[in-house]
Write a protein that binds this ligand. Sequence first.
Ligand SMILES: NC(=O)c1ccc[n+]([C@@H]2O[C@H](COP(=O)([O-])OP(=O)(O)OC[C@H]3O[C@@H](n4cnc5c(N)ncnc54)[C@H](OP(=O)(O)O)[C@@H]3O)[C@@H](O)[C@H]2O)c1
Length: 385
Amino acid sequence: MTGATGLLGSYLLRDLVLNGESVAVLTRRSRRQSPQSRIESMVSGWEAEAGRMLRRPVVFDGDITLPRCGLDDDAIGWIRLNCDTLLNNAASLTFDGNAPEQEPWRSNVDGIRNLLDVADRASVSHVHHVSTAYVCGLRSGVIREDESGEPEAFANDYERSKALGERLIREAKHLESSTIYRPSIIVGDSDTGFTSTYHGFFAALRLAHTLVRCVPLGATSSESLLEFLGIRPHWHKNFVPVDWVARTIGTLLRHHGARGRTFHVTHPDPVPMSLVGSVIQEAVERLSETAPGNDPQGRSESWFAANLRSELDVYTKYFRDDPVFDRSNVLALLGTDDVPLIDRASLLRMSEYAITNGFRSVPSHMAATRPRNPAGACEPVGRET
Ligand SMILES: NC(=O)c1ccc[n+]([C@@H]2O[C@H](COP(=O)([O-])OP(=O)(O)OC[C@H]3O[C@@H](n4cnc5c(N)ncnc54)[C@H](OP(=O)(O)O)[C@@H]3O)[C@@H](O)[C@H]2O)c1
């Protein structure tokens, strides 16, 4: 498995480990931690939560952007003896990047080539790949899971790179099967609101949270927020909670009938942007530090609008009206539809989690000890991706 340290990956690995599966992970080192200690701190946290011993994954120090993913002959030999399935969840979520030697291309395209090379050398013949529902690019209408062919236009380089990565996997001759999972926009845990990455919805929330420190309360509104960003209130976005995405992929991964198919891991009830805007407004008014009305530093609504627009420029096409993601394959194999509701209450819970925990990326088992966000200066935040 790759990408075990990310938001979705940590839930995927947790479910696999709790289920008693034998897993090997390919993980890169972070600035402060070795791959082994990154994984160990995650698993020991789940062990404490579960109240029972959990089997440790085998950890390989690797980076998918390196030739053979940085694995030596011994590691590839071990994989050949012990693994028959690759679950690729690693990706770069960088939206903009034209040059092929930069992200998102390095991880999402070169990384796939390197992983396929490792799979070939190690005779791993089944690949499960986490893609995105947005490989459909800017197409509208109903998008079917089994459609082939790529769209003419994409919202950003991330979508284009994921579409190319998916194609490389489908076309790999040495695989017996390639199974593709396409989640829509992954948000926090449906129960706790936990998240460790802040893309999409959270990027807009984070920016509004930062900017309201400088704009007197009441100077702007959710309607203005959408208007500044060129978003129509009746447009819809498809959000899915991370725990459900992991549970669904885990179930399909074990289902023999799923092999070789493509699945939209998407919500049947997308959320209107009017709700997204009003949740962001309510969350920041309730939880963020806002500028007092008489503060001489308080900026105008036009200052707010200009900063919001320039910082979220990269998301302009991303916040378009979503197409309808057909879910026939998922429903046929799962039988029941157990997607948790994404409504005002759940989005507020996720917003509260993000704001009170300072938009920090801390593993789930340490979430309870995370400090509140300290008050910051009136500076717009940098881009998350
Ligand atoms: N977030 C969404 O809304 C969304 C929606 C649809 C599909 N997806 C897909 O879901 C998957 C997981 O996304 P996420 O939101 O959980 O992202 P994330 O939190 O940013 O996690 C990305 C994971 O990939 C790993 N990774 C990235 N580049 C790597 C490299 N060169 N070598 C080894 N590992 C590397 C990261 O490792 P480090 O911890 O070392 O950085 C991390 O474990 C991705 O494939 C993404 O395209 C995400």
